[in-house]
Write a protein that binds this ligand. Structure first.
Ligand code: PEP
Ligand code: MN
Length: 344
């Protein structure tokens, strides 16, 4: 929809917008009001080049898009009929729980094996474990390639699928070759379009692989997050979960601020499951249970929670952010109850 600056366009201006839209297979239909005339773009109006050229005209105030800019992630797309099943859970039918250490310590594989077994007993369906870590401080532990073997061994021992973050195409290749079930795109890389595209390509013909796409703290409008998912879906694998993980806090005292209120917006616009990460959303173990329940109340289909058998022995975020498997057990129980209440 073209909204002009003047109340009506003159014939030369109408001819100009008609010519531009025609180049893109569309035409213009004036909608004549008493005071103002607006101009509907009839046809597929999603071409950014057409929109940019129209928006660049001095007499155009703005373009309002009627069609969704994302063809695949839109809840009206055919992909909305699909259902994603991971670790025996079909998203939307049962609350999915992903849990495990922020970071695998390659020097202490047993800690990860024990954590994995404990989170399984607590009720987790997928084990998370960071092999490669995006750290703000370049001198912090950056993860270790050896941890990939530990992650896969934990998967064998527990019989559960595993989730780990990939930060570049080399990680992606290693993770796929090792058989990682769920690839995590972190908050820092959610705006890395070449990585998103590479992931989409790599899993295009691998229906057994899914992606947990986190929301970047630098994302603004909700469409920006959904468009990031569209990059992955474009290659044919729709196994994508959207993961709000907290944003820059306006309150001091929080490492991040929960953005679980993004969930209803995502659900309105897309068909994708929303799996909230309450751990990074608050950044402090004591606040995680409340954030997890709030996320479920907001409509989350799943939770991704950092948990460690002995947080004080952990590395990465684990000492400050991981909850123990005992706490996790209670959180899962309450979250499931709340999930049922919400469904009613
Ligand atoms: C993580 O999951 O450990 C992590 C680094 O998450 P985020 O990308 O949300 O910061
Ligand atoms: Mn972490």
């Amino acid at each position: 929809m073209i909204l002009p600056k003047p109340n009506r366009l003159n014939p030369e201006q109408v001819a100009e917008i008609t010519a531009i839209t025609k180049e893109f297979g569309c035409h213009v239909q004036p909608i004549i009001g008493k005071v103002r005339t607006i101009y509907a773009i009839v046809g597929d109006e999603r071409d950014d080049l057409m929109i940019n050229r129209l928006e660049g005209l001095s007499y155009v105030e703005r373009i309002d898009r009627i069609q969704s800019p994302f063809k695949l992630m839109d809840r009206r797309s055919d992909l909305a009929n699909g259902r994603l099943t991971i670790g025996g859970v079909t998203l939307g039918e049962e609350l999915l729980i992903i849990a495990g250490q922020c970071t695998i310590d390659p020097k202490n594989p047993n800690l990860f094996y024990e954590t994995s077994q404990a989170v399984k007993e607590a009720g987790a369906h997928v084990i998370r474990g960071g092999v490669w870590k995006p750290r703000t401080n370049p001198y912090s532990f950056q993860g270790d390639h050896k941890s990939l073997d530990i992650l896969m061994e934990a998967s064998r021992r527990t019989g559960l699928p595993v989730d780990t973050e990939v930060m570049d195409e080399e990680h992606l290749k290693f993770a796929i070759d090792a058989g990682v079930d769920m690839l995590q795109v972190g908050a820092r890389n959610a705006l890395n379009y070449s990585l998103l595209r590479a992931i989409g390509k790599a899993i295009g013909d691998r229906p057994q692989t899914s992606v947990l796409l986190k929301r970047s703290v630098h994302m603004g409008p909700i469409n920006e997050f959904i468009s990031a998912a569209e990059y992955i879906a474009a290659f044919g694998n729709p196994n994508i979960m959207l993961c709000p993980r907290g944003t820059t806090p306006t309150l001091d005292g929080y490492r991040n601020h929960p953005d679980e209120s993004a969930t209803p917006l995502l659900k309105e616009k897309t068909w994708a499951a929303v799996v909230v990460d309450p751990s990074h959303s608050v950044g402090k173990a004591a606040y995680v249970p409340a954030a997890a329940l709030a996320a479920v109340a907001y409509g989350a289909d799943g939770l991704c929670i950092e948990s460690h058998i002995a947080p004080s022995k952990g590395i990465g975020d684990d000492p400050k952010q991981s909850i123990t498997p005992e706490v996790l057990t209670k959180v899962i129980k309450q979250a499931k109850q709340l999930w049922k209440i919400r469904r009613e």
